[in-house]
Design a protein around this ligand. Sequence first.
Ligand SMILES: Cc1cc2nc3c(=O)[nH]c(=O)nc-3n(C[C@H](O)[C@H](O)[C@H](O)COP(=O)(O)OP(=O)(O)OC[C@H]3O[C@@H](n4cnc5c(N)ncnc54)[C@H](O)[C@@H]3O)c2cc1C
Length: 425
Amino acid sequence: MHVVVLGAGVIGVTTAHALLDDGHEVTLIEAEEGPACGASHANAGQISPALSAPWAVPGLATKAVGWMFAQYPPLRLGKVPDLATLGWLLRMFRAANAADYDRSKRAMVALGTYSRERLAALRAALPIDYAGAQRGTFVLFRKRDQAAAYERDLDALAQLGVAGMRIDLDTLQRAEPNLDVAGAGIVGAVHLPGDETGDCRRFTTGLLDAIADRTGFRLLLSTRASGLQTAGDRVRAVSLEGGGSIAADAVICCLGVGSSAFLRMAGLSVPVAPLKGYSLTIPADSAAVGPLSTVSDETYKVGVTYLRDRIRVGGTAELAGFDTSRPEPRYAGLLHVVRTLFPTVPEKALEQAERWSGLRPMTPDGPPILGQARLDNLFLNTGHGTLGWTMACGSASVTADLLAGRRPAIDMAPFSPLRFAGRGG
Ligand SMILES: Cc1cc2nc3c(=O)[nH]c(=O)nc-3n(C[C@H](O)[C@H](O)[C@H](O)COP(=O)(O)OP(=O)(O)OC[C@H]3O[C@@H](n4cnc5c(N)ncnc54)[C@H](O)[C@@H]3O)c2cc1C
């Protein structure tokens, strides 16, 4: 079968790889000049099944009001929301109830865990250097009530078979010797030992290099998909901007924040909204001055991650449409976190740090959208939000399973594209 995969972020490239392994011919189409130029470029580097959870958390409204007055808010409104964003926000607040949260979290943890297994298998088969490490996540609390609230998450994780434990501050200090536990006012911590870290862009480009010469693979860069040509209930071809088209037996949409606009042209309403985030890539030996693994600062919702010769600091969420500008004040929160947690990181390295912003492809309820959509041979693998690196290899595998008519290893119902039908689109 000739499958056209749209988008060469981490989701599209892992999907292309899984489909080639299944014996398909694959054409991968990407609008930019290279892979991983979108959200997959410089994310926080956490591969974290244990932190997989929706933003639509019970009590979201109260939290959001509190964040409006915070010095470094984890979530902010970057501009007055348009009607589409308001509709998306409404859906998110509707999903922020205990039952929906629990269902979505279970599904996301299951996909994250399965994805970690698939990543390990891929690592064993292909030698890709992505500065990866398998040393878990340390969640840091600067306030006592955060630690108490996290107990509930640990119980929920235990029920899902995911390891997580409270650790004392001496244990934390031994595990992360460069962390200024006392100076930063850390009062508690949790260790999630099954989590991993790694550079998503290096992985994506490395995987693409590894499949570049495979028989049946074709890569079209600087090529924008502009629509779908259909015949009855099937896609016949993908139209290209500037003319021409590519015939397809099946199409997989992995367009990240480009998904909604593209699919709308095919008559599909898919609520994937851009949620802007920022990162710093600090040129410094992480083992010498930064984390040995990844630390997640619960107060600011910022991750600081070991990437060997660099330290990645990522976080913040802003509803700002498709704007990817990088005003320096937006990095103040990230700089505050790294200065307080790892004060031995030289100021010079902070000045030289690469400033980046990217758009997370968010669904309102949390889980990505995976599966066949309306047309018989159109599949979606999109909407991975804050966790696309974590969920990439698993999402690719289940997509290949669905295309082949195999039963995926996890329950697919919570990821169905149909779950939004009848709720305004
Ligand atoms: C600040 C920040 C921190 C993050 N931290 C983490 C983390 O620690 N762990 C984690 O798991 N996740 C993290 N994420 C989320 C993760 O980066 C994303 O979920 C993931 O990269 C999404 O991958 P994608 O392939 O779907 O999207 P993208 O990487 O954006 O890829 C989509 C591709 O489609 C292309 N495209 C769009 N429209 C068209 C078209 N019409 N034709 C052709 N090509 C097109 C784009 O150019 C792009 O290359 C973070 C995100 C941000 C912004």
